[in-house]
Write a protein of this length. Structure first.
Length: 349
């Protein structure tokens, strides 16, 4: 049977009209139940006739990822180990922050693939190898799990404010499903995320970048991690098959909205890419693209062959960037004590 969460709203409307001889608005009603009310079954959809509900239950399932374990870090970062329909396992992470009124807001980090084929040398997911792409329903099913959890935690503010596609996998190698997921995320009848609240992070797949840019449905973050081609080849050999020059040329033609910037992500690895001359090389790249920079200090993984730089080194690197007029911010690492931080996701149980 088909998982109804794998349909976009347009696809659902067409299916209702053509296959089920139901009116279009019925698809919209069911849609709201699925994505707004977090319905787990058709029986609860009380504004739909009993007969139609039975028919729907014969045609479709509503399959959420199954929660295997939930781990909460000292800083409240919460990691879910999820099992998909075929037994494959992925992780998603809820990351808390506090707004100016002192309310907790959550960002959710979503996975897009089971494993990852890019094999970046510093990333735990990359060491797992690639199993398969996640479907759209599986990707957004993670968000349903997250919403459900946050709603139980704080019924008055069940707010997941931002979604970042920075979990397991390379989003632009699963571009069809990713773009469908972005449309569903944006849909005002459903999840209603504005593009400013969605970030897709990629190591840079040219064909995917072109397609993603055309949608205008999210911010772009680019995992650069190296100030030149030779270091990039050394630490992310597969991504570096697209040369840095080619990649940067693609980014120059990436459509960026007024007042928006591409964010470059730069992972600091001790003795590899953390010298001040690297910072200056990096500044040239980021400034030429009118981009912003997110510095990330390496989080150790169990395959660790790298070390994070000393805090003074990190600060000096950051200051060198500022000196060269780069808007650089240090990404606060959250959830390290439960292996939920960047690059630590590997879905072990
Ligand atoms: N494949 C995508 C998205 C997943 S990784 C991408 O490459 O962007 C999300 C971010 O975490 C990336 O910037 C990634 O390079 C970074 N990351 C990977 N391993 C890390 C580690 N050990 N410590 C800190 N950040 C890491």
């Amino acid at each position: 049977m088909r998982n109804i969460l794998d349909f976009t709203l347009d696809e659902l409307r067409t299916t209702f009209v053509e296959e089920l001889s139901e009116p279009r608005y019925r698809a919209d009603q069911v849609w709201r139940w699925l994505w707004r009310s977090l319905a787990h079954d058709f029986a609860c959809m009380t504004n739909v006739s009993v007969k139609t509900r039975e028919r729907l239950a014969e045609e479709f399932t509503i399959t959420w990822p199954r929660v295997v374990t939930i781990q909460k870090a000292q800083d409240s970062t919460t990691k879910f180990l999820l099992e998909l329909d075929d037994g494959a396992r992925v992780e998603t992470v809820l990351i808390p922050s506090t707004d100016h009124l002192g309310k907790t807001r959550w960002s959710q980090c979503l996975s897009t693939q089971v494993g990852c084929p890019m094999a970046c040398t510093f990333c735990a997911t990359g060491q797992l190898g690639f199993e398969r792409n996640m479907s759209m329903g599986e990707m957004l099913g993670q968000l349903l799990v997250g919403r459900d959890y946050v709603q139980d935690l704080a019924p008055e503010h069940p707010i997941i404010k931002n979604v970042v596609f920075m979990g397991m996998g390379e989003p632009l190698l699963n571009c069809d499903n990713l773009i469908r997921a972005l449309f569903v995320l944006n849909d005002p009848h459903g999840l209603g995320f504005s593009p400013r609240r969605i970030t897709v992070s990629t190591c840079g797949i040219p064909a995917g970048l072109t397609r993603l840019g055309e949608t205008g449905l999210c911010y772009l973050a680019l995992s650069l991690h190296a100030p030149n081609q030779s270091i990039r080849e050394q630490i992310m050999p597969k991504a570096a098959q697209t040369s840095l020059n080619t990649l940067l040329a693609h980014l120059r033609s990436y459509p960026v909205k007024p007042r928006e910037h591409i964010t470059f992500e730069y992972l600091l690895l001790r003795g590899v890419n953390d010298e001040l001359h690297h910072a200056r090389e990096l500044a040239k790249i980021v400034n030429a693209q009118n981009g912003k920079l997110n510095l990330i200090v390496y989080n150790k993984t169990s395959h660790a062959r790298y070390e994070p730089p000393e805090p003074e080194r990190v600060l000096a690197f950051e200051q060198e960037l500022w000196k060269h007029h780069v808007t650089a911010t240090l990404r606060a690492s959250k959830g390290q004590d439960i292996d939920a931080a960047c690059g630590q996701l590997r879905a072990r149980s």
